[in-house]
Ligand binder design. Structure first.
Ligand code: SF4
Length: 293
């Protein structure tokens, strides 16, 4: 049906979505830890190519398509008029369509105006996944995100003002050992200022072909222990001040799967983390993807 170009990535919660590559690669492609699109030259795909794929998916799946995820790394960087055309094709093809989402880089959020994002939301693009990674300026610089914490807040709030549901990610371990707790506190400060609908944490892992991997090979990377990561996560959760968000720490890279609604479940989550910190020997520190092997 759809001939995907290169390796396809999508958030865990888009497992049941139809994935369409509106763009190839990531226009930023600089983040030190990210190897997802290193081998791809960024481009926006031709509308006619997408039309063919959408027609094919309509014939095969039709009304069964409820969710569409627009890949690759930051489809939001494509022109608003182009995305409106894509969304119109999707609405026509899939009568049961309930949600269209995409990754949004901070650079794309800086370019898109609130009015443009509002128009896209009204056309069906209602949710963005934003890798905040850290709220600590030195960590963000080290990660080569291209923005500091203040700019991350500013661009994310533009999307919120447009009525977009934001799903934000923080990278545990990104500050190394020395900045671990400062990274946690600053990340909580920035996420609280954004006040997104979803918050998740992932554990940073050096991926071959990235500057972070080279740093790890050179011995200049702190591989935090599960206990250190738990302490960092505890500090992050304790400092969050959110009006109402779904929190998940259950990506395959996380050692301890946790989740709930914040602020309602904060005490229960903190109690679970305190339990691990008090008796680390009892914890099941096996990454989720290795459990049951
Ligand atoms: S903006 Fe996202 S997709 Fe692009 S390099 Fe950074 S982490 Fe990777």
């Amino acid at each position: 049906m759809i001939q995907y170009e290169g390796t396809l990535y999508r958030p865990p919660s888009e497992a049941n979505s139809l994935i369409l590559q509106a763009t190839i690669g990531c226009s930023w492609n600089e983040c030190a830890f990210c190897g997802m699109y290193r081998g791809k030259r960024f481009r926006v795909r031709k509308l006619d190519e997408l039309r063919v794929e959408i027609d094919g998916a309509r014939e095969q799946l039709g009304a069964r398509v409820r969710k569409v995820f627009l890949a690759d790394g930051d489809a939001l960087i494509a022109k608003t008029s182009y995305l409106q055309d894509v969304l119109a094709l999707l609405r026509d093809a899939f009568p049961g369509l309930r949600r269209v989402s995409c990754y949004a880089s901070p650079q794309a959020l800086a370019i898109r105006t609130t009015e443009e994002m509002t128009a896209l939301r009204e056309a069906g693009l209602t949710q963005y996944y934003l890798g905040v990674e850290s709220g600590h300026d030195a960590v963000l610089e080290d990660l080569r995100k291209g923005v500091d914490g203040a700019e991350m807040i500013r661009v994310a709030r533009k999307a919120k003002d447009a009525g977009i549901k934001l799903s934000t990610m923080i990278l545990l371990g990104a500050g190394g050992r020395d900045l671990s707790l400062a990274h946690a506190r600053e990340s909580a400060r920035v996420i609280s200022a954004i006040d997104p609908r979803f918050v998740s944490t992932l554990v940073m892992t050096p991926v071959e072909g990235t500057p972070l991997f080279d740093r790890a090979l050179a011995g200049a990377y702190d591989d935090l222990t599960p206990l250190e990561l738990t302490r960092e996560l505890r500090t992050f959760v304790a400092h969050l001040d959110l009006s109402g968000a779904i929190f998940r720490s259950n990506h395959a890279s996380n050692y301890l799967p946790l989740g709930g609604t914040l602020p309602k479940d904060r005490q229960a989550i903190l109690a679970a983390l305190d339990g691990v910190l008090a008796a680390p020997g009892d914890a099941d520190f096996v990454p989720e993807h290795l459990r049951g092997l």
